[in-house]
Design a protein around this ligand. Structure first.
Ligand code: ATP
Ligand code: MG
Length: 321
């Protein structure tokens, strides 16, 4: 099964991205799987060019440092011509009504005075990402399922209209992953695009900042270290993080912890221990531009080689070239 997963440089990478996505990619990557930095997707809302470029490098460095195989990595904009050419073909396959029905467009666009046209067409770019690379399985959470459905629809419509060119992908729910919640508000998930960073543990936060954020984590006044996600969401979040970093169940992680202070300290130390090697390697990669650039160039070259025939076939089938 070839799988494709991406991460968008919409802000600094945090603990949730690492535990829920990047660490799993490193563990599960199989031959032919692709992991990419979706920098084009970061442009659907207002963006700053400098931050986009540095954020892209940061994500690539973290993925590599975490052990995602170098030959499965690429940056979307390094294949901007391929991705945009296919996006156009798929925009010519998708109806306006289909694009408008996307829930995320309604959600992300709600309340804004003006939205970029790309916010509407972004699911078509995502379909191009998936179809260009012959992806069979797309592991996605609930929020992206509708977009994968659109990719399926467009693949089937293109194939039946112009000839069999694309693999019809399937969305698969990733095996249950910890949903890391915001330390300052455990009703929300940790997010890159959070307006406030106090409850978000960024992967590259200095150790003292990580410790401070855990010390200030919101809990409750029951005073008991128990794994009860409904009744004690803040405590449960800390236990899930502690468990994910130490390889035990949250219930096991709770054993022997007498106070919230102990829980917070244990969790902060476990996170620092888990992230330590990744942080060090990331810093090295970000300091040594040559190595990261070489990996990036090689990944782009490989991805381009693998998708070239499919794009040519699609263009030809549609009557181009
Ligand atoms: P944004 O706020 O811009 O949507 P994000 O933090 O939600 O950023 P994404 O780029 O949407 O990050 O997602 C990248 C990957 O990280 C996805 O696989 C997603 O499921 C995973 N992920 C995001 N947030 C969490 C979280 N809090 N806990 C676990 N996994 C997460
Ligand atoms: Mg998100």
């Amino acid at each position: 099964m070839t799988r494709l997963s991406g991460i968008t440089p919409s802000g600094d990478i945090h603990l949730g991205n690492y535990l829920g996505a990047v660490r799993r990619w490193a563990a599960e990557a199989g031959p032919g799987d692709l992991y990419f930095v979706s920098d084009l997707h970061a442009m659907t809302l207002a963006h700053e060019p400098k931050r986009l470029r540095s954020g892209t490098r940061q994500l690539l460095a973290v993925m590599l440092a975490a052990g995602v195989p170098a030959d499965s990595l690429f940056v979307q904009s390094d294949l901007v011509r391929e991705h945009m050419a296919l996006t156009w073909l798929l925009e010519c396959t998708c109806t306006f009504g289909e694009a408008q029905r996307m829930i995320q467009f309604k959600e992300k666009g709600a309340g804004r005075e003006s939205v970029r046209l790309s916010l509407l067409t972004y699911p078509v770019l995502m379909a191009a990402d998936i179809l260009l690379h012959g992806t069979e399985e797309v592991p996605v959470g609930e929020d992206q399922r509708q977009h994968v459905e659109l990719a399926r629809t467009l693949a089937q419509r293109f194939n039946s209209t112009y000839g069999e060119v694309f693999v019809v992908p399937r969305g698969v729910l990733p095996a249950a992953a910890a949903r890391v919640r915001d330390l300052a508000d455990p009703t929300r998930k940790m997010s890159k695009s959070s307006a406030e960073g106090n409850g978000v543990v960024y992967l590259l936060d200095p150790p003292e900042v990580v410790r401070r954020k855990f010390r200030r984590a919101v809990t409750d006044n029951l005073g008991e270290v128990r794994y009860d996600p409904e009744g004690q969401p803040g405590v449960a979040n800390l236990l899930e993080i502690l468990a994910a970093c130490t390889g035990v169940t949250p219930e096991r992680a709770a054993a022997g912890l007498g106070s919230y202070r102990e829980l917070k300290e244990a969790t902060a130390e476990a996170v620092l221990a888990e992230l330590g090697p990744v942080r060090e390697r990331t810093a090295e990669l970000l300091a040594d531009t040559a190595e990261l650039d070489a990996v990036r160039a090689a990944g782009a070259e490989l991805a381009r080689e693998r998708c070239g025939k499919r794009l040519d076939a699609a263009l030809a089938a549609a009557g181009l070239g």
